[in-house]
Design a protein around this ligand. Structure first.
Ligand code: ATP
Length: 189
């Protein structure tokens, strides 16, 4: 049976911490195929994403375009959630992926911070019946709550702070920094 990883997030912007997760799950064959799905309106977050959905999808696609061929062949950046209006519920996303890939096993990939809130997600019980959950430990979180992939201590919050006025951050690939600068995102100049 084919396994499809679902990696959702705001990706505001995508950074090397996300790319490390993506590389790890594919090179270690934890999933056969991976869908990277930037969220439209993340309803549980205090703040909505700063960059628009189309920009976040574009930055994900650029970052992934630089991964080795055998890895990027197994990844799709999906506009599924940004194309949908209303709050981005993962259960709706999972049902849509399931309809497109009948018979596949779906694996929801979450950092240990995001996993803490899983029980509060919309229709959480049904969601957990439809997917397996793979939790990745983040460095700043209590250990032992997920698999240790030597995750990188990077957050998008930190990246956004670094690029104000400069668009420079070692935590994002240069191709993403260039996009940010060209589109004047996050107060870059
Ligand atoms: P922000 O700082 O804006 O809250 P973030 O860096 O946590 O953003 P998200 O887009 O919210 O990034 O994260 C998407 C998913 O990736 C979540 O499941 C999150 O836990 C996970 N994740 C984010 N950064 C890392 C990292 N450095 N290592 C492992 N997992 C991560």
């Amino acid at each position: 049976m084919q396994t499809i990883g679902i990696y959702g997030g705001t990706f505001d912007p995508i950074h090397r911490g996300h790319l490390h997760v993506i590389n790890h799950v594919l090179t270690h064959e934890l999933v056969d195929y991976l869908l990277v799905i930037p969220s439209g309106e993340p309803w549980l977050r205090e703040h909505q994403p700063l960059a628009g959905g189309a920009d976040r999808v574009a930055m994900c696609a650029l970052a992934i375009s630089e991964l080795p061929q055998d890895i990027k062949n197994r990844i799709d950046v999906s506009p599924l959630e940004i194309d949908r209006s209303g709050p981005s519920y993962m259960i709706d996303t999972v049902e849509a992926v399931q309809a497109n890939h009948p018979g596949s096993q779906l694996i929801l990939i979450l950092g240990s911070d995001a996993a803490e809130h899983l029980h509060r997600w919309h229709r959480a019980g049904e969601l957990q019946e439809l997917v397996d959950v793979l939790i990745v430990e983040r460095p700043d979180q209590v250990p032992g709550k997920g698999i240790d992939i030597q995750a990188l201590p990077i957050s998008a919050t930190q990246v956004r702070a670094e690029i104000v006025g400069s668009a420079n951050s070692v935590a994002i690939p240069p191709i993403v920094a260039t996009y940010i600068k060209e589109h004047g995102l996050y107060g870059s100049k």
